[in-house]
Write a protein that binds this ligand. Structure first.
Ligand code: C2E
Ligand code: SIN
Ligand code: SIN
Ligand code: FE
Length: 354
């Protein structure tokens, strides 16, 4: 006949009275359990913590360390917190029962112990324990699933954002390298400015969407090789408000910051930017970070209307100015952080090319 091999439950018997230890041990063995015994509280604690049994039969009154103290330690120790304890006691006063219940003892047996009662109590305890183990496992599995699901949701957000952004930049930049670099510059600068992890992570995924409004700008303007006339410039500037409209209805933090950046990334610290001529702190911090990153990358890149510039020239234009761009356009703290990170910007520009 095939035999189901399941590990026998283990019982720890703790009693200073040898005759009771022997009696309980025999009976538990007869019930099919693996039994170990201890004659004092201190050794019982050591043994239980080292190899937690499935149930403890614990004498209440022992010299030195009492059963109450053993129970208290086991119930407050991580490894043994869930081990059920049946307290075996000659006492029948409600006060010591209460004391035992308070430290987490689940069951009582009164001496002299009744054989049937011991067997029944132990069996019940083991069944409860098994059920609670099952619940704990189930819970752990559920928590893992929820975590996996949220990770999946975040990842699909990011994927969607990356796809959308790439589509938007396709006309003037086929590889998507510009938006990829923007992601890295803004994150690096946010970190250098001491922003918290959530902000740094959000700006990393939000910033590539800054120019998404260009999707609605006619090619004749977007790809024009010469300078823009006044009317073309008005249309071009609307890429900020158009982008904010597109992203603004989204509720994810990425889309919300994306909208904020899209709207404000051409505002200037001195109030000379567009679309709202906001000044200083009124410009969202994310957009102030974006602004300098955008300009660094634009200066280094070839555009339909301009050639590429060296790292040194780009840094010079941003930090000293060239008439069109001036240091007063930037939040002074962010400009300082940019100077500290300039080398990293150069590395990002040179390594992220496709
Ligand atoms: P973009 O090409 O991505 O440039 C982003 C920003 O980088 C510009 O914002 C500007 O602040 C800075 N920038 C770009 N090139 C230079 C440069 O040669 N010198 C200096 N000092 N700064 C530069 P801005 O000016 O608000 O322009 C926004 C967008 O409008 C540009 O994005 C580009 O798509 C378009 N645009 C700007 N000027 C022209 C132009 O003369 N011709 C055409 N076809 N498009 C232009
Ligand atoms: C965009 O990010 O949507 C446009 C990229 C560019 O200006 O090259
Ligand atoms: C920050 O959030 O640390 C920047 C505050 C600000 O300048 O707007
Ligand atoms: Fe822009």
């Amino acid at each position: 006949m095939a035999e189901i091999t399941k590990k026998a439950p283990s019982v720890l018997v703790v009693d200073d009275d040898e005759s009771i230890r022997v009696l309980l041990k025999k009976q538990m063995q007869a019930d099919g359990y693996t039994v170990s015994t201890m004659d004092n509280g201190r050794d019982a604690i050591t043994a239980a913590v080292e190899a937690p049994p499935d149930v403890v039969l614990l004498d209440a009154l022992m010299p030195a360390t009492s059963g109450f103290e053993v129970a208290e330690v086991l119930k407050s120790t991580e490894a043994t917190r869930n081990v059920p304890i049946i307290m075996v006691t000659a006492l029948d006063d409600p006060e010591s029962k209460l004391r035992a219940l308070k430290v987490g003892v689940q069951e009582f047996l009164t001496k002299p112990v009744d054989r049937n009662e011991v067997s029944l109590r132990v069996r019940n305890m083991l069944m409860l324990k098994e059920y609670s183990n099952f619940l704990v496992d189930q819970n752990r599995i559920l928590e893992q699933r929820v975590e996996e699901r949220s990770r999946e949701v975040v990842n699909s957000y990011r994927e969607t954002i990356a796809t959308m952004t790439r589509a938007a930049s396709y006309k003037d930049e086929a590889t998507g390298a510009h938006v990829q670099r923007i992601s890295y510059y803004t994150e690096a600068l946010a970190i250098a400015l001491g922003m918290n992890a959530a902000f740094c992570e959000t700006i990393r995924y939000a910033s590539p969407m800054h120019d998404i409004g260009k999707i609605a700008i006619p090619d004749a303007i977007l790809l024009k090789t010469g300078p823009l006339n006044e009317q073309e410039w008005t249309v071009m500037k609307s890429h900020t408000t158009l982008g904010a409209q597109l992203l603004g209805s989204g509720s994810s933090p990425y889309l919300q910051m994306g909208a904020e950046i899209a709207l404000n990334h051409h505002e200037r610290w001195d109030g000379g930017g567009y679309p709202a001529r906001l000044k200083g702190q009124l410009i969202p911090f994310s957009a102030r970070i974006m602004n300098i990153c955008d300009q660094y990358d634009a200066l280094r890149s070839v555009r339909s209307y301009k050639k590429s510039l060296s790292h040194e020239t780009a840094v010079e234009i941003l930090t000293v100015g060239d008439g069109r761009t001036m240091p007063a356009h930037f939040d002074p703290d962010i400009l300082e952080a940019f100077k500290r990170c300039a080398k990293a910007f150069c590395d990002i520009f040179e390594t992220v090319t496709s």
